[in-house]
Design a binder for this molecule. Structure first.
Ligand SMILES: NC(=O)C1=CN([C@@H]2O[C@H](COP(=O)(O)OP(=O)(O)OC[C@H]3O[C@@H](n4cnc5c(N)ncnc54)[C@H](OP(=O)(O)O)[C@@H]3O)[C@@H](O)[C@H]2O)C=CC1
Ligand SMILES: O=C(O)C1=N[C@H](C(=O)O)C[C@H](O)C1
Length: 250
């Protein structure tokens, strides 16, 4: 496959390595220094674009791919307020897009198990739930996209929670007082070079259940993005990671 990398930072560089190992070819690499090369002409040389850039650039990059009719895999987070609008545009223009807040297999298993756990916890209302995410200090968005997906998985399945609220600890906010009983707290911490740690905590007066995923490095995210690029070939439509992974254990 011929791949265009939109965003060539921490993730773009690892994706390049994994794509080359899997015998793909990189035909375009875009970062902030060569944005003039992000043209429809250049994009049409690719079979697929993989987008890991910034919340400010992702929408323009998606629309360029739509215009070029190039399928796009999106890892960038921090733009999900525009998700419905992009979905409508994707379907209207008959394009192909797959996005995921987290491409790693481990986190997608975690997403699945998180929903099952939340449903079960309806029986035990004396546990209070919260989500914690820890990322490196360069991260631009909070909460992390992964934490948002986890929170949505809980809200969809746990009757006591109807919305999430986020506290970024480095702001010195006082989390607990501000949270209402129907709100799910997502606590965000930024520490040095942490690639991504997510914990769901159910706490009661007598014990605590912690359900945790720790990324040791970024390779799992990158491999998942390349697998998604392979998966989307010859498909049209708006997809997310759960369309690619199949966790049916029956
Ligand atoms: N879904 C998932 O599994 C994962 C998602 N992410 C998300 O991916 C995104 C990127 O993460 P990461 O690689 O760590 O970030 P980096 O900051 O390391 O890289 C961002 C890259 O985007 C480039 N860039 C800036 N503006 C544009 C533009 N207009 N078009 C294209 N590229 C541009 C930057 O260029 P320059 O360096 O020149 O400024 C840089 O190369 C984040 O939103 C992060 O949350 C990260 C890991 C996993
Ligand atoms: O910015 C990151 O680094 C990461 N971003 C994604 C997110 O916001 O959830 C995925 C991963 O946790 C790393």
């Amino acid at each position: 496959m011929k791949i265009a990398l939109l965003g060539y930072g921490k993730m773009g560089k690892i994706i390049e390595q994994i794509a080359l190992d899997r015998k793909h070819e990189i035909v375009l690499k875009i970062d902030y220094t060569n944005l003039d090369e992000l043209t429809v002409d250049n994009l049409t040389k690719a079979d697929v674009a993989i987008e890991f850039s910034t919340p400010d650039s992702v929408l323009n990059n998606i629309r360029q791919c739509f215009e070029a009719k190039v399928p796009i895999i999106i890892g960038t987070t921090g733009w999900y307020g525009q998700l419905q609008q992009i979905k409508d545009e994707c379907i209207k223009t008959n394009n192909a897009l797959l996005y995921a807040s987290n491409f790693s297999v481990g986190v997608n298993i975690f997403f699945h198990m998180n929903q099952i756990l939340a449903k079960l916890m309806n029986r035990y209302p004396y546990y209070e739930v919260q989500v914690e995410e820890i990322h490196h200090v360069q991260k631009l968005d909070s909460p992390s996209g992964t934490a948002m997906t986890i929170a949505e998985g809980i809200i969809d399945n746990l009757d006591s929670k109807t919305e999430w609220v986020n506290v970024l600890q480095e702001n010195g906010d006082e989390p607990i007082d501000a949270v209402k009983s129907n709100q799910l707290l997502i606590e965000s911490l930024r520490i040095d070079s942490v690639p991504g740690t997510h914990t769901v905590i159910y706490d009661s007066e007598v014990d605590m259940i912690e359900f945790k995923h720790t990324a040791h490095n970024r390779s799992g995210f990158a491999l998942g993005a390349v697998l998604a690029a392979e998966w989307i070939q010859n498909k049209k439509g708006f997809f997310t990671a759960s369309d690619m992974f199949n966790f049916d254990v029956k």
